[in-house]
Design a protein around this ligand. Sequence first.
Ligand code: ZN
Length: 448
Amino acid sequence: MGNYLKSFGLGNDYLEIADSKFIEEVDSYLKRLFPICRSITGNGVRQSLEILQEIADFDIKEIPSGTKCYDWTIPDEWNILDAYIKDASGKRIVDFRNCNVHVVSYSIPVEKKLSFSKLKEHLYTLSEMPKAIGYKTSYYNLDWGFCLTHEQLESMDRSEEYYVKIDSTLEPGSLTYGEGYIEGTSGEEYLISSYCCHPSMGNDNLSGIVLWAFLLRALKHLKPRHSYRFVLAPETIGAIAYISKNQEALKRVKGGFILTTVAGPGEFGYSPTFLKDHFIDKVVKKTFDELDINYKKYPFQIGSDERHYSAPGLRIPIGTITKDKYYEYDYYHTSLDNMDYINAANLVETYKVYLSIFDRMEENVIFNSLCRYCEPNLGKRGLYPKVGGPSRAKNPALIETNMICGLMFYCDGKTSLFEISEKTGFPMDQLLETALKLCQLNLLEKVF
Ligand code: ZN
C-alpha cells in the first residue's frame, strides 16, 4: 500500500511511524477497554469514553432519562456490579466476573432461589455453538436473564435448586455520548459515527470505538480542509438522541461513515450508501482500487445507525468499511468475538484505508482555467516537449504534459479533481500536485 496522505503534506511518514509503534498503542487500548461492561447507558459507557479521551480530545455529553427524542424516550440508566448463578453447593456456575456477556443487558435486579425449570425461563444458549455465550439485551422490556454456553446448561442438574443474583440498578440517570468536531474551511462536512453500547465483544464493536478515537486524533493533527463531525453514541437510541439534538446541523452533512467491525481476521468489505453511487461510494472504490486491495462488495442494507442518519428527514449517505462485517461472521454477537478473534494489526489496516479515503476526499479540489478559450501555449512556458509528435500518450516522459492538458481541458470551475482523475486515469495526488503548479503559473485558480 502506498501513496497515503500526500495532500496532507505528510507523505507516508505519518503511517510508517504508525506502523512501528501504533499497533502496540492500539493494542493497549483494546485490552484496557475490552473488559468494561458497556450498555446503552451507565458507567461502563462513561468509563470507556473517558479512556478514549486519552487518545483524542472530544466532549462527553449527557441526556437525562425521560427526555423525548422523536418517537423514543431516553430510558432509565442501567448499572451493574455483579451477577451469578450458584448451585446448591454455593459454587458460582455462571459468573458475570468471568464474562459480562453472561448477563442480559438491562437485566433488572434479582436475588432469589428457584428451581431449574423456573430458572430455565431466564436462560439463553446457542445450541449450534455450544462453547459460545450469546449476546442478548432487554432494553425496553423489564426482565432479567443469563446467557451461558450450551455446555454449561447441559451440565446443570435439573433436580437442583439454584440461587441467582443480579446486582444491578435501573433508575433515572442519563444517556452518555461523545462528540468531536473538526472545523474545516471548504464548507463540506462529513460524519464519522460509531456505537459504544456492546459489552465485552471485540469486532462488534470495541474495534469501532477504538478506531473512532484514533481517526479523530489523526484528522485533528492533519488539519483537514473539510469539517468532520465525530459521534460516538449507543446504537439506535444514542444516534436518535443525537439527531434530535442536532437535526438542523446534520442537514449540512454531505456523507459519512459508520465505524463497525473493523478488526477481524477476514478480508475487507464495503457496505455502500443507500444511493450506491454517491461520492462516498466512488471514493471508497477508487481508494481500494488504487491501493490494490480486494474487498467484498455488499449490497446496501438498512443496517446499523444508517437507519436514522439516512432516514427521509436527513438522507445522509453513509458507507461502512469492514473486516468481517456484522451478521456475516460466525462469532458475531457471541463471547467468542473476543481478543483472540480480533487484533490491533487488523484495526491498523482499516485505519490506513480510512485515512487514505479521507486523503482523497481532501484532494477533491475544484480548479478553474484562467485560459478559457483555448489550450494555453505550454511551449513558451517550457511545459511542452520541444519536438512534438503523435506518440504523446505512450511516452512516459510526456505524462506530465498529458496531465497538464487534461487539467487545462477539464478544469472549468465545476469539475472536481476526483472526476478528472476518473476521466483521465491519473491518480488524484499527482493531479493535485500538477494543478497547484499550474496555479503558480497563473493558468489555473483554486475555486474550492
Ligand atoms: Zn451489534
